[in-house]
Design a protein around this ligand. Structure first.
Ligand code: PGA
Length: 252
């Protein structure tokens, strides 16, 4: 059975003290979560060790990275490798976030290399993709999503998919307060699952968790999560407040 996942993407927010406060508040407020549910937080690199350390006392919250370099090591000033993440206790990485694509020019070719590097290191990948507003307005959103997936992921082996989590994040809904309706999310998630069935088979498609991201809040989480092909959420703004994040976890 595929996992339910609520993942917080802290982006470039919170200093050390604030990060510790937030993760401790989340841990303290977290009731029993069932075995099939993963709760993940993703601090910026520099705060990862503190958050991992805090979480050693409470293994219910996993810690992921927001990015990673595609090379093993070397002269890449400012970058962080898979091996560094693993040795810091991180085995899940978010790749392809629209902010990385938009502000740091991450394209399909680069993302393919990052995904391959993560998989070689047996890391889980939360792979983000989604159309821009103009794509949706031009009724081109299914095409865009199809190519984003094909370009970066559809060359992978069937077994690699055990480590892939998909996060459909329409760019027009990220940080804008505008959410895709639950029906729009379901429609796209079902489309994505069909693509995976066509490329691989139904077993692979049924096992992959597909998260929705884009202005998920306590007020809309339950409706979005109630859809059969929505397996959780990637949460930005609302993951920075423990009350909101806990309410979203309770909605899964
Ligand atoms: P948001 O961000 O929840 O603030 O819209 C989602 C994301 O960027 O993953």
């Amino acid at each position: 059975m595929r996992k339910k996942i609520v993942a917080g993407n802290w982006k470039m927010n919170l200093n050390k003290e604030q990060s510790l406060q937030l993760v401790n508040d989340i841990s303290a407020g977290l009731g029993n979560i069932d075995e099939n549910t993963r709760v993940i937080v993703s601090p910026p690199f520099i705060n990862i060790p503190y958050v991992v350390d805090a979480e050693k006392r409470n293994t219910k919250v996993e810690v992921a990275a927001q990015n990673m370099h595609f090379k093993e090591s070397g002269a890449y000033t400012g970058e962080v490798s898979a091996d560094m993440l693993l040795s810091a206790g991180i085995d899940t990485v978010i790749l392809g976030h629209s902010e990385r694509r938009e502000y740091f020019n991450e394209d399909a070719n680069l993302l393919t290399q990052k995904v391959e590097q993560a998989l070689e290191h047996k890391m889980d990948v939360i792979f983000c993709f989604g159309e821009k507003l103009e794509d949706r307005q031009a009724d081109n959103h299914f095409n865009v999503v199809e190519y984003q997936l094909k370009d970066a992921l559809f060359h992978l082996k069937e077994s690699d998919w055990q480590r892939i989590v998909l996060a459909y994040e329409p760019v027009w809904a990220i940080g804008t307060g505008e959410t895709a309706s639950a029906d729009q999310a379901q429609e796209m998630h079902a489309f994505i699952r069909n693509l995976i069935t066509d490329q691989y088979d139904e077993d692979v498609a049924e096992e992959v968790s597909i998260l929705y991201g884009g202005s998920v809040k306590p007020a809309n989480a339950q409706e979005i999560f109630s859809k059969p092909d929505v397996d959780g959420g990637l949460i930005g703004g609302a993951s920075l407040k423990s009350q909101d994040f806990l309410a979203i976890i309770n909605a899964i």
